[in-house]
Ligand binder design. Structure first.
Ligand code: SOE
Length: 384
C-alpha cells in the first residue's frame, strides 16, 4: 500500500485540528465524513477538502484513502476503528481508544492480525520537544533513579453549570470523563517518558455539577458557555469533573496526579514534576517552550526549547529555531509526522514511535482501575 491519501472522520474541534496538522506535514486529505451527509458537505466546503462522504461505507470503498483519522465522540471509536482496519486502512484514532477494556483489547488483537497496518492512538503530548528531551534525560540516566512523579491536567471549559458538550455524557464518552479525556494524556506522557508502568491506583473522583444546563442542540468542544444565547434544558451528569489519584509504579516509584475540567483560569494546562535521585524536571504545557531542571548541589537551570541545544531525538520533533515558540498544534504535526514516517519506512518490525493500540488499551484498563478504586474507596491493582 502506498503512503498517500487520508480521510478524516469527525467535523468537531478535533477534526479540524487533525486537518490543519496533516496539511502542515504535507499529507494529502482526500475526504471527510461528518455525523450526517450535510455535516460532511459543510466541513468539506469550509476546510476545502475535495470529497464529502455520505457514510462510512463510501469512505472505506474509496481507493484513494489509505489511512483514516478518527476524531468522533468516543463511543464510535471501536466500530469505526474495526471497520477501517478490516477495510485495509491505517488508523490514527483519537483517545481514548475505546469505551471499555473489552473493546480496546479486541482492537489490540485486530491490530496484531494486520501487521502491515499502522494503528495509532493520538497521544500527541509526547511530541512536545521538551517532553522528548525529558525522555532522553531519563533514559540516559541524567535524572538518576526516578523517585516520584507528580502533576496535574486542568482546564476550565466545563467550569460553569451551563457548559455542556457530548463529553459530559457517559453514553457518548464513557463512564469516566475528566480522567479519560485529559487524565489519560498525563498517564500516557509520564509512562512513555519514564518507561515506568503503573501498578496500582487509589482514586477519589467528584462530579461538581450533577445537573448541567444543556443548550438545545449540539455544542462544540471549547466553544464557550451559551447561557444567554440558547434555550436550556436540565441534563443529569454522572461523569466526574475532578479526580485525584495516588499511584504506585512497578519498581517502587510513587506518584500523584489531579485532573479537573472545572478550574477557572486553567485553559489547557498539563504539568509534571519528575523527581530523580540526581535532578528534578518540571514542565507545564502552557509554558511548553521551557523546562526547569532542579539540582541539589549546583544552581537550577531553565532550558529553553532550541533544537541546537536539544538531544537529537528531541531536536527531530522541533521544527522551529529557539525563541520561535512551538505548542499544541505543533505536537499534532509531530505526532502525524512520526506516524507517516513509520508507515513510509515500511519496517513493520520496528517499534512505533507513536502511541500504539497496546498503549491505548493500557490507558482504558487504567481508567477502569481508577473507577473501581473510587467506587471501592481503596487501592486497586491495574488490570485486575
Ligand atoms: C477537551 O478536553 C480536549 O479537547 C481533549 O479532548 C483533548 O484531548 C485535549 O488535547 C484538549 O482538550
Amino acid at each position: 500500500m502506498q503512503n498517500t491519501g487520508v480521510a478524516i472522520i469527525g467535523t468537531g474541534f478535533m477534526g479540524w485540528v487533525h486537518v490543519e496538522a496533516l496539511r502542515r506535514c504535507n499529507r494529502p486529505i482526500v475526504g471527510i465524513l461528518g455525523s450526517s451527509p450535510g455535516k460532511s458537505r459543510e466541513a468539506a466546503e469550509t476546510l476545502q477538502i475535495e470529497k464529502a462522504y455520505e457514510d462510512l461505507r463510501q469512505l472505506l470503498a474509496d481507493e484513494d484513502v489509505t489511512s483514516v483519522h478518527i476524531a468522533t465522540p468516543n463511543r464510535l471509536h471501536f466500530p469505526m476503528v474495526k471497520a477501517c482496519l478490516e477495510a485495509g486502512k491505517h488508523v490514527m484514532c483519537e483517545k481514548p481508544l475505546a469505551m471499555n477494556s473489552k473493546e480496546s483489547a479486541e482492537l489490540v488483537e485486530l491490530s496484531v492480525a494486520y501487521p502491515k497496518l499502522a494503528a495509532g492512538v493520538n497521544y500527541n503530548i509526547r511530541f512536545y520537544p521538551l517532553c522528548m528531551e525529558t525522555r532522553e534525560m531519563i533514559s540516559t540516566g541524567a535524572l538518576g533513579e526516578v523517585l516520584h512523579i507528580t502533576g496535574s491536567y486542568t482546564q476550565d471549559w466545563l467550569s460553569k453549570q451551563t457548559d455542556y458538550n457530548w463529553r459530559v455524557l457517559a453514553d457518548e464518552g464513557g463512564e469516566l470523563r475528566a480522567v479519560a479525556d485529559i487524565g489519560t494524556h498525563w498517564f500516557d506522557l509520564i509512562t512513555s517518558l519514564s518507561g515506568l508502568e503503573i501498578e496500582a491506583v487509589c482514586a477519589d473522583l467528584k462530579t461538581v455539577y450533577d445537573v448541567r444546563r444543556r443548550p438545545v442542540g449540539e455544542v462544540a468542544t471549547f466553544s464557550g458557555s451559551s447561557e444567554t444565547e440558547k434555550q436550556l434544558q436540565d441534563v443529569l451528569i454522572n461523569t466526574e469533573d475532578y479526580g485525584a489519584i495516588l499511584l504506585k509504579f512497578k519498581g517502587g516509584a510513587r506518584g500523584s496526579v489531579f485532573v479537573s475540567q472545572v478550574m477557572p483560569g486553567r485553559k489547557n494546562c498539563l504539568q509534571f514534576e519528575i523527581a530523580g535521585s540526581k535532578s528534578t524536571l518540571s514542565w507545564n504545557s502552557e509554558q511548553g517552550n521551557e523546562i526547569w531542571i532542579g539540582h541539589r548541589d549546583r544552581p537550577n537551570e531553565r532550558l529553553i526549547r532550541d533544537p541546537a541545544l536539544l538531544s537529537s531525538a528531541a531536536a527531530t520533533v522541533a521544527s522551529y529555531p529557539g525563541g520561535h515558540n512551538e505548542g499544541y498544534a505543533d505536537s499534532f504535526k509531530q505526532s502525524f509526522r512520526s506516524f507517516y514516517g513509520y508507515i513510509g519506512q515500511n519496517d513493520w518490525q520496528a517499534v512505533p514511535p507513536y502511541a500504539t493500540f497496546a498503549d491505548g488499551h493500557r490507558e482504558v484498563a487504567l481508567c477502569e482501575a481508577i473507577l473501581a478504586s473510587h467506587q471501592n474507596q481503596s487501592w486497586v491493582t491495574v488490570g485486575e
